[in-house]
Design a protein around this ligand. Structure first.
Ligand code: 8YV
Length: 314
């Protein structure tokens, strides 16, 4: 008999069809009576599959006492109740590394787009303003500017490689200096990092130590020539402080892939020319999503075969 799994939200169709052929699959988000579904499968459900944004709460896990693995389609596990999992012997896996290059590409793309006014220029061209009003307003150079990376993990390192190509001096703020990043400058204080750089890239995981850390003080330290680029989690940023900084031009601009209350983006962002917005899509290439899906499936297979997980969250 196949193992019973709960899928919290929609995933890549190829992953869902493999899950369907290998397991007895229940779709939480499609269920009209979610409590009834949880009660129905409580005796059988042994695994949860979810994406990084949805995670899984203790409320759900409490109703599924036989679950022994949560396999996350994403590197961020901030939406999974890790304390509950640890206390109840539930293994958690995620999909690190396979997405780092694409997320770093998105960070670079956002920095270029907001500085070089790519979206403004595109709209200017499409609206037929060029023949009427002439050349558009000037933008800002990225090449050679000072970059700060908040969170020097796998994504931070992939980003640093790209920034080197743009001949940008790199500083970083991390819980501790990294021996493999010795050629970059470690700055212990986030506020000090913001003060020193032209671009503050946010690639740190969302934890109790980082949530809310990009606040008004840090944004003011970044200053009127500074750009904030966030490809981590919206919760790291005080969004209303960011909005005021952008509206009052106390920072130069922002490139944002993530928001505090996804999928809702505060409407005030929509009228700002100095931001480029993305709907949390940094890992959203076919190649990376396939690789993430494979890791989700391989972690489940390892768990059910009694093997160590490939990418366990410790
Ligand atoms: C995904 C992510 O967009 O890896 C993460 O933590 O947030 C993203 O890669 C998400 O998990 C897929 O829905």
């Amino acid at each position: 008999m196949s193992h019973t799994l709960l899928l919290i939200g929609p995933l890549l169709p190829s992953v869902v069809s493999t899950l369907e052929s290998s397991y007895t699959l229940h779709r939480y988000w499609q269920s009209e009576d979610k409590d009834a579904l949880l009660a129905d499968i409580a005796d059988d459900c042994v695994a949860v599959v979810t994406d990084g944004g949805s995670g899984v709460s203790a409320d759900i896990l409490k109703k599924l006492p036989r679950v022994k693995i949560v396999s996350v389609f994403g590197v961020g596990v901030d939406a999974v109740d890790l304390d509950y999992c640890r206390d109840h012997g539930i293994n958690v896996s995620n999909t690190p590394d396979v997405l780092s290059d694409d997320v770093a590409d998105m960070a670079m793309a956002l920095a270029l787009a907001v500085s070089r006014k790519l979206i403004v220029g595109d709209q200017y061209a499409r609206a037929g303003k060029w023949p009427v009003s002439g050349a558009m307003s000037l933008s800002r150079r990225v090449m050679g500017k000072r970059a700060g990376i908040y969170g020097m993990g796998s994504i931070g390192k992939a980003l640093a490689q790209r920034l080197e190509g743009f001949r940008m001096p790199i500083s970083y703020c991390n819980r501790s200096p990294r021996s493999d990043s010795g050629h970059y400058t470690f700055v212990a204080s986030l506020q000090e990092l913001a003060r020193q750089v032209d671009y503050l890239f946010v690639t740190a995981a969302a934890t109790s130590g980082t949530i809310g850390s990009i606040n008004a003080t840090v944004l003011d330290a970044l200053g009127p020539d500074g750009y904030l680029i966030n490809v981590s989690r919206g919760t790291l940023v005080d969004e209303s402080a960011l909005l005021s900084s952008l509206q009052e031009k106390r920072i130069a601009g922002a490139g944002l892939d993530v928001f505090a209350n996804e999928p809702i983006i505060p409407e005030a962002f929509f009228s700002l020319e100095n931001v480029v917005l993305q709907p949390h899509n940094a890992s959203g290439t076919r190649e990376t999503r396939e690789a993430m899906g494979k890791l989700v499936l391989d972690n489940l297979a390892a768990h059910f075969a009694g093997q160590p997980l490939l990418t366990a969250v410790t």
